[in-house]
Write a protein that binds this ligand. Structure first.
Ligand code: SF4
Length: 183
């Protein structure tokens, strides 16, 4: 039912001439399918103009196997290069796989940050911690919240990580910074 609703919404967006993109979670299990010509042709046919491949980030130890590793990232990189050549009708972005070329994690205002539905400024959707709310402050101030500054200045974002997510691997440090700022 949710699938039919999604397709109907895409149809409606296309009818109204609105530009939209799709965010696709990539796992070790679906990587072949979501980069296949048939899947992407269908998205394009529905009017989609951009595809953001978001690598699955585990938040439990049991789901770690679903997180793309170096082998899958290499595959995804090759597929994106091919798709850009062969299917230029859409734009392709890989996240956070493209972080390798950015020298590490780009969260906490190093490259971007995330605002949740309550206005809380978080380092990234995959690191849902917040010590500041954009309802009470400017974006510039939010970018320089204590949590963001400590993550940037403490070097937490620059470490290489084997897969998944730097800040998930360092979540106890993030929680410690949060606890310290609440004292
Ligand atoms: S918090 Fe994780 S998913 Fe988000 S940018 Fe950093 S490494 Fe990538």
């Amino acid at each position: 039912m949710k699938y039919e609703k999604l397709i109907a919404n895409m149809d409606e967006l296309q009818k109204r001439g609105l530009v939209f993109g799709s965010s696709i979670t990539v796992t070790t299990q679906n990587i072949g399918e979501v980069t296949s010509d048939s899947f992407l042709s269908k998205l394009s046919g529905l009017g989609c103009k951009a595809v953001i491949f978001v690598e699955f980030v585990p938040v439990t130890d049991e789901s770690k196997d679903l997180a793309p590793g170096d082998k899958e990232r290499e595959y995804l990189k090759g597929e994106i290069e091919r798709l850009r050549r062969e299917h230029p009708e859409m734009v392709y972005i890989s996240f956070p796989g493209d972080e390798k070329s950015s020298g590490g994690c780009v969260a906490a205002g190093r490259g971007f940050f995330h605002i949740n539905s309550h206005g809380g400024a978080e380092p990234c959707p995959f690191s849902p911690y917040s010590d500041i709310n954009v309802r009470d402050t400017s974006l510039k101030e939010a970018m320089n919240s204590r949590l963001f500054r400590e993550l940037r200045d403490g070097g937490y974002l620059l470490e290489d990580h084997p897969g998944g997510c730097t800040l998930y691997e360092r979540r106890t440090d993030v929680e410690r910074i949060m606890a310290d700022s609440n004292r």
